[in-house]
Every structure is written in C-alpha cells, then in structure tokens.
Ligand binder design. Structure first.
Ligand SMILES: Nc1ncnc2c1ncn2[C@@H]1O[C@H](COP(=O)(O)OP(=O)(O)OP(=O)(O)O)[C@@H](O)[C@H]1O
Ligand SMILES: [Mg+2]
Length: 282
C-alpha cells in the first residue's frame, strides 16, 4: 500500500512549509495554579509505574527544541496531527499508539515528542510517552533527561518499577528506555510489558510508544496485539517505496492508523549525515 492510498484524514505532513526555527526556549513554564490538577492526575498512575519526577527544563537542541516550541510553525502541524489522531481512535477508551517507520532515522522520536506535546495542548491532559526502542533509545537524550534507569531495567528485573519523568515545561510524562542488554523482542511481547501497557491505559488518555523501525528489527511487532494501532512515519527522500510497502505488510491488517509525512522541508536547516549502520549496534 502506498501512502497515497490512505484516506486524507490519516495523513499529515510535518515540516511542509516551515523555514526552520532556532528556538532554544521550548514551551512555557507551567502555571503554578495548574500544579494541583497535575498532582490529582498523577494519583491515577499505578504500578508498575513510579510517581512522576519533575525535572528541570534544560535547553534541548535539534528537532526536539523545534517541536516543543509552541510558537514554531511546526508545532501548528503537530496540533493538526493531534486532532487527527484524536479522531482515529475510540473516544470512550484510552488509546495506546505505536510510532514506527520502515527504516531508521525517519523521525519517529521527533514525531513522538511533538505529538505528545501537541496532544496535551489540544485534546488531552494525561499523556505518556514510552521509549520502547530498547536497542537504540533516544528519548532521554532528545529531551535532556540525562541517563537514568528506565523500562529496560524493569523488564530485566533490575528495578522495582518504571520511573516516569516530566520536564517542568511540558505536560506529558516520559518513561525512558534505560538499559537493556538483550532479548528486547521477547521482553516487549511478554506479560510484564502487557501489564505496563494496561497500567498506562488506566492512567493516561494517550500512551505513545516510540518504537524501533520495522525494517531492521521485529521489536515493534511484539507489542501489536496490545495496542490500538501504529502511526507510520515516512521521511521524504529517505526510504524506497518498496521498503515502505514491505514494512507495512508486516503489520496485522487494520493496525496502520495513519501515515505522518516528515521532512517535506527540513524542520531544522542543519541536516544530519545518514550513515548506513547496523541498527542498534552503533
Ligand atoms: N523534519 C526534520 N528536519 C530536520 N531534521 C530532522 C527532521 N526529522 C528528524 N530529523 C533529525 O533526523 C534525525 C533522526 O530523527 P529521529 O531520531 O526523530 O528519527 P528516528 O526515526 O527516531 O530514528 P531511529 O530509527 O534511530 O530511532 C535526528 O537527528 C533528528 O533531529
Ligand atoms: Mg528514535
């Protein structure tokens, strides 16, 4: 299936008309008056998740700084995406959505962050973003959260629970991947992970999963029986159409909720060099 075959509401382009932004001030500080409501929401969060820890909003660089900047043109695209995503899932049931791509470096982490932020600013108050790319985790770095234990340690029975963290300038909570030595496919498809996703549904209106690409590794498929569906990030000029078709064909029928076109114009001018390396081993 090509992207063009999807009905229009399931498609959105990120970075289409954005000349770029050099903002180093993502988001705005949270009003102290909102803190009470936030604490009430946090009380809904149960095991295996630990209570969210607030962390300082240190400056972030790269695309994260742009997608978190609510004044950027790109954040407008993400607000549109958030309202479309709202329409794609059932209104009476919390949603759990995986973000995937065919190949590496198409923008899954960027889109996950931008969408999580936009959801809290448009259609939801309780949003979680889980880094399930246990082979090449990126959320902690992208969001300036530093190195700490995460989902990997919990799946590996090395910690009591899954730590949640929240930057003081955003409303969504994040579970970083932490460190996992091996066995990610088995662990992602196992009972503890299913329990964590069920707990996330109890606590959050939207749970977004930043997953590895479908082409190089099967990890994303391990969770497909436990989630509502996938958003497929397609980066322009990046991945051959046949590879995208092959990746989509690996998903169960009906699991593709929509396609997010990334980078129709670069979000930031400074472009990275793509090197073909073995996924998760560099
Ligand atoms: N629209 C864009 N314009 C400019 N740079 C971008 C854009 N989208 C993503 N990037 C950059 O491309 C790189 C890969 O993006 P990102 O980490 O979001 O992709 P990914 O699909 O999560 O990668 P991986 O497969 O390694 O997990 C990052 O350096 C990011 O900042
Ligand atoms: Mg990523």
């Amino acid at each position: 299936m090509s992207a063009e075959e999807l009905p229009a509401p399931n498609r959105v382009g990120i970075g289409e008309r954005d000349p770029g932004s050099d903002s180093s001030h993502p988001g705005t500080p949270v009003d102290p008056a909102d803190r009470g409501a936030r604490e009430d929401r946090d009380r809904l969060i149960g095991a295996p998740f630990l209570p969210p820890q607030e962390v300082a909003a240190t400056p972030v660089s790269g695309t994260a700084s742009v997608v978190l900047d609510s004044r950027s043109q790109v954040s407008e695209h993400f607000r549109i995406l958030a309202t479309k995503v709202r329409m794609l899932v059932s209104f009476d049931r919390p949603a759990c959505i995986g973000v995937v791509s065919a190949s590496a470096r198409e923008g899954k982490t960027t889109v996950s962050i931008g969408l999580a932020h936009a959801l809290t600013r448009t259609v939801a108050t309780r949003v979680a973003l889980l880094d399930l790319d246990l082979r090449r985790p990126a959320l902690a770095h992208s969001l300036g959260l530093g190195k700490a234990e995460g989902i990997g340690e919990w799946l590996d029975n090395r910690s009591e629970g899954i730590p949640l963290r929240r930057r003081s300038d955003v409303d969504f909570v994040v579970a970083t991947a932490g460190e996992l030595i091996s066995g990610s496919y088995e662990l992602l498809g196992g009972r503890p992970m299913l329990r964590a996703l069920e707990a996330a549904r109890q606590a959050f209106e939207f749970t977004l999963l930043d997953l590895p690409p479908l082409g190089p590794v099967a990890d994303a498929l391990a969770v497909q029986d436990h989630i509502d569906g996938f958003l497929l990030v397609v980066r322009s000029r990046h991945c051959p159409a046949e590879a995208i078709q092959a990746a989509v064909s690996r998903l169960r029928v009906g699991m593709l909720l929509g396609i997010v076109f990334n980078d129709q114009r670069d979000i930031i001018p400074a472009y990275y060099n793509y090197a073909s390396r073995r996924y998760g081993k560099d």
